[in-house]
Structure formats: structure tokens, C-alpha cells
Design a protein around this ligand. Structure first.
Ligand code: SF4
Length: 186
């Protein structure tokens, strides 16, 4: 049986392909053991979604499991308003709209579309500053869609033992796995 890629890997893989290995290794452990402050704060921001307490309206889907056959992805959606067709991915704070954020939304978009929902718009939401950032649908932004598909391909073919990997010091400094990784530059 073919395996599915967790949606959360998309962002991690862009940050550093090697982080996926640690994510898999420590994914089932008590996260307090390796998570640092920003990750814990980000998780707290999602707590109401994970516990499905954000809204009791039946037209709002929140935190439901999703699978996307086309790209072999799995995960959860953040918030989807069935009535308006708006899909939102909430972040504790958004300083930069990273490609990984957009691709997480794409993954949710493709999964919901496969499930028969009509997703009319997608957006990122900065909880701290109460600010919404609309994102173009993948079929409108074909360049980003191509980047998304290339990323999925790279994820599927990545080999941890491949030679030529060059770590990035700035990323290693901000990496929650830097005390576990033998490639870490800090
Ligand atoms: S410590 Fe550096 S090389 Fe290792 S996973 Fe983190 S970012 Fe990548």
C-alpha cells in the first residue's frame, strides 16, 4: 500500500529535508521533550481547532481528518466554512507568507475538493494581529501549483543518505532538532 505524506511535512521539508527524519523519529514521543517555545505557542494557537471548540456551527468544518488521493497527502483541515466556501489556515503570528504555509492550504484545498466540497477561497489568518491574508487558488496561480507539485515529487524521492547535502547555519540555529542532528552547524 502506498503511504500518505502528512501535510505538516510540506513546510518542514522546505525548511530542511533532514528535519523530516527527526519529525518521524520523534513524532510519537512526548512533544515537550523536543519542542521549543515557538512551536509550543503555535500548537496552543491551534488548540481550539484540535479540540473542535472553535465553532459549534454545523456549517463550519474544523479539525477533521482529510486525505488527498491525487497527491497522496493526509492531515487535518483547520477551518472550512461550507456556506461561504472559505478555507482558512490559522497561524499564531504571520511575519512572512512562506511557500510552506501556502502549500499546506493547497493540500487542504485539494483534499476538500476531492471530497466534493466547493472551496471558493483560501486564506491564512494571523491570530495575534487578527489579520487575514487571502491566497490565490492553485488553479489561478499556476506557477505556485507547479512548485507545489515539484515539492511533492522531491518529498517522495528524498533519500536521507544522499550525498551533497549542505546545511544552512541560520536554519540550524532555529531548528528544534539541532541538538539531535549530526549535520547541525550550531
Ligand atoms: S539541525 Fe540543521 S541540518 Fe539538521 S535538521 Fe535542523 S536545519 Fe537541518
Amino acid at each position: 500500500m502506498e503511504s500518505y505524506i502528512p501535510i505538516s511535512f510540506l513546510n518542514d521539508f522546505i525548511f530542511c529535508p533532514r528535519s523530516i527524519y527527526f519529525h518521524q523519529l520523534y513524532g510519537s514521543m512526548n512533544t515537550q521533550l523536543y519542542q521549543q517555545k515557538p512551536q509550543i505557542a503555535g500548537k496552543a494557537a491551534h488548540a481550539s481547532i484540535d479540540e473542535k471548540t472553535y465553532s459549534t456551527r454545523k456549517t463550519i468544518l474544523q479539525g477533521i481528518d482529510i486525505y488527498c488521493e491525487q497527491y497522496r497527502l493526509c492531515g487535518k483541515i483547520d477551518l472550512f466554512d461550507i456556506k461561504s466556501g472559505k478555507l482558512t489556515e490559522r497561524k499564531r503570528e504571520i511575519k512572512v507568507i512562506y511557500d510552506g504555509y501556502v502549500f499546506q492550504l493547497y493540500a487542504q484545498y485539494f483534499a476538500l475538493t476531492e471530497m466534493g466540497y466547493h472551496v471558493k477561497s483560501i486564506a491564512l489568518y494571523d491570530i495575534t494581529h487578527n489579520k487575514s491574508f487571502p491566497v490565490a487558488l492553485p488553479d489561478v496561480d499556476t506557477e505556485m501549483k507547479q512548485k507545489f507539485e515539484t515539492l511533492i515529487e522531491q518529498l517522495n524521492t528524498f533519500d536521507l543518505n544522499q550525498t551533497g547535502f549542505v546545511p544552512n547555519e541560520a536554519k540550524c540555529r532555529n531548528c528544534i532538532y539541532n541538538n539531535l542532528c549530526d549535520y547541525s552547524l550550531c
